[in-house]
Design a protein around this ligand. Sequence first.
Ligand code: ARG
Length: 577
Amino acid sequence: MASLKHYLNSVIGEAMAEATQSESCNANVITSSKPGFGDYQANGIMSEAKRHGMKPRDLAERVIISLEQSLPSLIDRLEIGGPGFINIFLSDREIRTRATLAIQEPDLLIPPAEDPIRVAVDYSSPNLAKEMHVGHLRGTIIGDAIVRVLERRGHTVIRQNHVGDWGTQFGMLITYMKEAVGADNDLPNALADLESFYRDAKQRFDDDPVFAENARLSVVKLQGGDEDYLNAWEMFIDESLRHCEAVYEALDVTLTRNDLDAESRYNDDLSVIIDDLEKTGLLAESKGAKCVFLPEFTGKDGEPLPLIVQKSDGGYLYSTTDLAAIRLRRKMSIQRALYVVDARQSLHFQQVFAVARAAGFSNQDLSLEHVSYGTMMGKDGRPFKTRSGDTVKLAELLEEAKQRAYDLVTEKNPTLPDSQRREIAERVGIGAVKYADLSKNRTSDYIFDWSTMLSFEGNTAPYLLYAYARIKSILKKAPEGNYDAIQNLSEPEERALCLKMLQLGEIIEAVDRDCMPNQLCNYLYELSGLFMKFYENCPILKAESSQAESRLALCRLTAETLQQGLELLGITPLEQM
Ligand code: ARG
């Protein structure tokens, strides 16, 4: 069962192609902007008519006449609208049939991709020298929602946590670790606070030239494969990853150690990348550094902008690793590579992608996409910091979320047993943090504000979780029964709700294509709003028996749709709140 939009696009597109005697036409079907215009409208008539030298209304008329010869059961009637749209009115009976099928087979709500592909998603990707901080929150949450959606669509998803685990700072950290941890060897304790460990190491590095020299030597030893240094480095990385994993667990994020695609993995490829760039003639030297200049990248004054791939001291850069990683993705037959990374790195990715194509490391078969997101701001409109101006550690932020949610739940529901309040608080608190982020257009900067995200009103996690729990409680009150058929849609609120649920599939298609989870959030919010209208206007348990059964079936499908949508966002709803 294709999504409604997908299906309408194909039948109307085919009729248009026939009427214009062309190979294919884009029907450009969208949900209607006004109720009087039907459920959907085909907006593609205008541009296709123009393309074929026809009058839009004539084309619309021909398409309608041809479709009416054997009208698909989904369509009740078609009308010409305005200067040449086609307004599409769907059949109630078919809406009921499809919804009933979906109750019996909930997987039908989300049709799989027609051409499943292999997709790599680079997300979270913290630097292991330090603690995860709020700068990693958005990428981790957005990336995880995207991988869940892609997997649900049937794509093969390769998660890639491109952690920063290589480079000069690790020389400093290992040297300091050897010195500080010393005899008692209590590494977890010494590294309990990575942030201050890093700060102390840096202090030593700046203050003591002998230490600094040792640190530099450590890097050389490490990169030369010295076993002792490699062991120390591994111990450090392992401990730092444990910190990340605690955050992933708290956030219910699907990344595991198997998903690591660490920078160090590419160490041996970096010199090869330079050689290959040399061979393709792309490499240039500028102030002793090796660079690639592409004509499409220029600075403010029109001067050429380089992508530096090797520093004058021989060291490699972030860009070199990214080029090596692209090449590996090609070898892995990946067809789409997504980089869920801060918008401030967008020039970096544009350059890396362009150089990869120019050098033949990538080609048309691999789509490279920077899924960028804006900065997380405080309520004052500045980058989010602690009161003293430090970066906020993620682990602490999530603790605060749970505590705030706990206070809220306790206020609303003081009589619930404490363990239950804790459980609810965890879902609500973490869900609120995730949802607040996911519900905004990711490309804009985003204001982190506890009071809006924890509000029970508006487009928030608490609102949706509460709506879900409320539907569940209605279902619990109903007498034993199957409730697996929508028997009629007599009230407009019933029809609107039912149709909305059949639209989850096309929303998921859009998220697959555009990587904008806020489309799913908006959808779930609208769905909950339609449910509330239905609930206010249509008696459920008090209705006469077949009416009640049909409405309970609608409740069931609403709960199912909300649950599937929330789970794709990485939020598990609660039965009771
Ligand atoms: N580790 C980098 C950082 O903290 C992000 C890496 C993103 N992924 C990539 N392939 N460059 O900024």
